[in-house]
Structure formats: C-alpha cells, structure tokens
Design a protein around this ligand. Sequence first.
Ligand SMILES: Nc1nc2c(ncn2[C@@H]2O[C@H](COP(=O)(O)OP(=O)(O)OP(=O)(O)O)[C@@H](O)[C@H]2O)c(=O)[nH]1
Ligand SMILES: C[C@H](OP(=O)(O)O)C(=O)O
Length: 246
Amino acid sequence: MAAKSKTPEKRVFLISKKIPLNKKRKNENEKRKYAGVQMRAVIPYKKAGAKSRLSPVLSLQEREEFVELMLNQVIDSLKGAGIKKVDILSPSVYGLEVMTKARVLLDEKDLNEALNRYLAEAEEPVLIVMADLPLLSPEHVKEITSTKKDICIVPGKGGGTNLLFIKNPSNYRVRYYGSSFLTHCSIAADSGQDFEVYDSFLAGTDIDEPEDLVELLIHGKGPAKDYINSKFKLEVSRGRVGLVPL
Ligand SMILES: Nc1nc2c(ncn2[C@@H]2O[C@H](COP(=O)(O)OP(=O)(O)OP(=O)(O)O)[C@@H](O)[C@H]2O)c(=O)[nH]1
Ligand SMILES: C[C@H](OP(=O)(O)O)C(=O)O
C-alpha cells in the first residue's frame, strides 16, 4: 500500500517538474498579455472640426456628434478584448469633459508628435487605435495583440494605418499621414523589429469619406451605425450601393 501511494505523488512531482518554473511564468505572462492586462491602448482623438472629408454629407455639428459615437464604440471594443488601460490622447478636453471609460491625456502637439511623446514614455506594449473604426471588434483586437512578432500593423484604406501594436514602444516612432502603412513597415524593418500585417476588411475600414458610410450601414452595428441610419438610406444605382439622404 505504501509503495502504491508513493507512485502517484512521484508522478505529480515529475509532471510539474517537467515545465521549468521560468517557462511556466512565461506562459502565464503570455496569457496575461493576450487578455490585455500587460499593455495599454491609446486612441488619438480630436473632436473639433473632425472628419472634414465628410463635410459634403454631414454638418460640423453632425460630424462632431458622429466621431464621439465612433470613439465610444472603439473604447468598447478595446474593453471587450480585456484591455484595462485605455488612454485617449487629445489636443483639447473638448468633447471629453465627462469621459469616464478611459483616461484622458492632453497634448496640443500634432498627431505624430503627441503619439511619439507618448511612445517614448510608455513602459509596456502599446496598441495605437484610430478613433474612426466603428467596424472594429474585440476579436480583431485580441488577434492583433496576440501577434508573435514585435509589431503588428493594420493597414487602412488608401495607404493609412488603422492600428499599430508595438511591443517595445521606446524603440519605435510613428509617422502618420501620406502612405503611413508603408512608412510604418519601413520604420519597423529599419529598426530591426519584425512585423506582421493584419489583413482585415472590417478593421481596415476607417471612416473618412462619404462612401465609407456605405460600409458602416452594410456591416456595422451600434450607435455610430444607428446615427448614420437615421440620416441616410442605401440605394443601388447602376450596380453600386450608394447613400441617399432621408
Ligand atoms: N491627438 C490628436 N489626434 C488627432 C489629431 N488630428 C486627428 N487626430 C485623430 O487621429 C485619427 C486619424 O485622423 P483622421 O482620420 O485624419 O481624422 P480627422 O482629422 O478627424 O479627419 P479629416 O479632417 O477628414 O482628415 C483620428 O482618431 C483623429 O481623431 C491631432 O491633432 N491630435
Ligand atoms: C492618420 C492617417 O489617417 P487617414 O487619413 O489615412 O485616414 C493615417 O492613417 O496615416
């Protein structure tokens, strides 16, 4: 009997010994990273005069209302993915006076300067997420942040960068505008960091131009879609789906 009771104990000991403690910790860390605990997300956001490229179809007041709805959906997608630390980086407190879902950081500098200052000070992996991504889901966020590479880049339409996940933020600088997707790939390669390109129609659809509102009405859900739905309907003309004011 004594010999029998020793065997299982010994096996338990051996199994747990098979996984070295440092590897076990690493696995646990990986899991935590996946759940978004050991990273932060930052959303650059400017409400004043936002989305000027939508001015042919939306007034200034409508555009400012609309970006606020998109911002809130982006925050919800990040939180839904388990990311606890979400910062909004804005040149002004305008529109963020009662924000409780994320920390508000003010920096009057332009988009690139403000983000690069943020990255230089960051001590943990950073996910940069644009505020105009109402088709982004928690599943996208989880997949992007579980990359095995140093960096994960999500291209936006027309050469932009919709999300950028950077594991070593103090070694990376952003350069948005122009063909920023290509620029961000080059910056990664030039700094010796490997990167993954996350190819997704929905995460890649940023809402810049009136035709992007068509994609929101077709594929979207939630308050940003409802807002556009209250002003426009879809209409098919010559084989293309377009937008018609209600
Ligand atoms: N912190 C900060 N964020 C900005 C600034 N300008 C734009 N953003 C944000 O950066 C992201 C990408 O900006 P754009 O897609 O060009 O949006 P936009 O400037 O509102 O739109 P357009 O006027 O049509 O160019 C969005 O999340 C904006 O809210 C800025 O000066 N500072
Ligand atoms: C900020 C800019 O956004 P876009 O103008 O391409 O939407 C970019 O992604 O480089």
